[in-house]
Design a binder for this molecule. Structure first.
Ligand SMILES: [Zn+2]
Length: 306
């Protein structure tokens, strides 16, 4: 089974007016079935510099998500951990860009009511919550006062705080202020490839101690800086993180349909290639199950209530 913490497929469907059931993207319902998917996070990614009103755009994207999910019974929208079951694929709404809240906690409650259960606090721009780690310009800047309020409110509502893209300083503030495990939905190890989107050893250990997980990102720029996403590189990051911090901090966050590089695992239906590569490297079935779905499920069950 598979629990993938990040994809941008809905943006493609929103822009192209295409379908989730069947398409040429990295993720479709058809491909998720082949992948034996249990849970797929669908990010509503809003580029703040390309839209007039980020709140409105985000709601339009959720409308598209709802429309597409309604077309099939194999994939169903889920919110509560009890919605997750192995007789169907559970699609979970997430947001990538906390700027859609426009600095209002009421908008956080609005999106919670629409079913959103996780938010990537920033993308590559500064917003009301905090600063991105983009090019390390704001590396050491922490959360803004509204960001600390957001973390507390997300804890209270039962939503996952997602620190991928966030400044290193913001990461430390989330660890400090969150009373529940947090996630880095699509980030790798900075010691394996030095990139601002990846986490340092210190951050990985803090995330482990916090009870959270990091979703391994398949984008080659975060694997080794090349344009070819090789399975061996994904395994290299996983091995490094396991040896550093143990198996329980590792999950998957493919970033499918948000990445433009050449991919050895060309779409999610081919995810068995990763499983086979891990087996070859001596990973046990217990370890593979933890990486593929159990660790992410554990955190989801701990943080989300309904
Ligand atoms: Zn992203």
């Amino acid at each position: 089974m598979l629990f993938d913490l990040h994809c941008d497929t809905i943006l493609k469907i929103y822009k192209d007016n295409s379908q989730l059931n069947k398409n040429d993207y990295h993720i479709s319902t058809e491909k998720l079935v082949k992948a034996n998917s249990l849970v797929q996070f669908f990010a509503m990614f809003v580029n703040m510099e390309q839209v007039d009103d980020a709140f409105v755009t985000c709601n339009e994207m959720i409308d598209v998500f709802e429309r597409e999910i309604a077309k099939s019974d194999i994939i169903r929208k889920g919110t509560a951990p009890t919605d997750i079951a192995d007789d169907h694929i559970t699609a979970i709404l997430t947001i990538e860009e906390g700027g859609v809240l426009k600095g209002e906690l009421a908008n956080l409650v609005h999106f919670y009511k629409r079913g959103v259960r996780s938010i990537v606090l920033t993308w590559n721009y500064q917003n009301e919550i905090g600063y991105p780690n983009y090019k390390y310009i704001h590396k050491d800047k922490g959360l803004k006062p509204f960001g600390i309020e957001v973390v507390k409110k997300m804890n209270q509502l039962g939503m996952l705080v997602d620190v991928s893209h966030l400044s290193d300083g913001g990461f430390y503030d989330c660890i400090k202020h969150s009373t529940k495990p947090i996630i880095a939905s699509h980030s790798n190890a900075r010691s394996v490839h030095d990139h601002p989107r990846n986490l340092t050893d210190e951050m990985i250990l803090l995330l482990r101690d916090n009870g959270g997980v990091m979703g391994i990102n398949f984008y080659s720029q975060f694997l080794d800086g090349s344009n070819f996403s090789k399975v061996s590189l994904i395994v290299k990051h996983i091995k490094y993180i396991r040896d550093l911090a143990g198996i329980d901090v590792i999950a998957l966050g493919s970033d499918y349909d948000g990445i433009g590089c050449e991919l050895e695992i060309s779409d999610i239906s081919k995810i068995h290639i990763l499983k086979e590569a891990l087996q070859k490297e001596g990973f046990s079935q217990v370890e593979i199950d933890k990486i593929f779905y159990q660790n992410a499920l554990r955190v989801y069950q701990q943080v989300v209530t309904d």
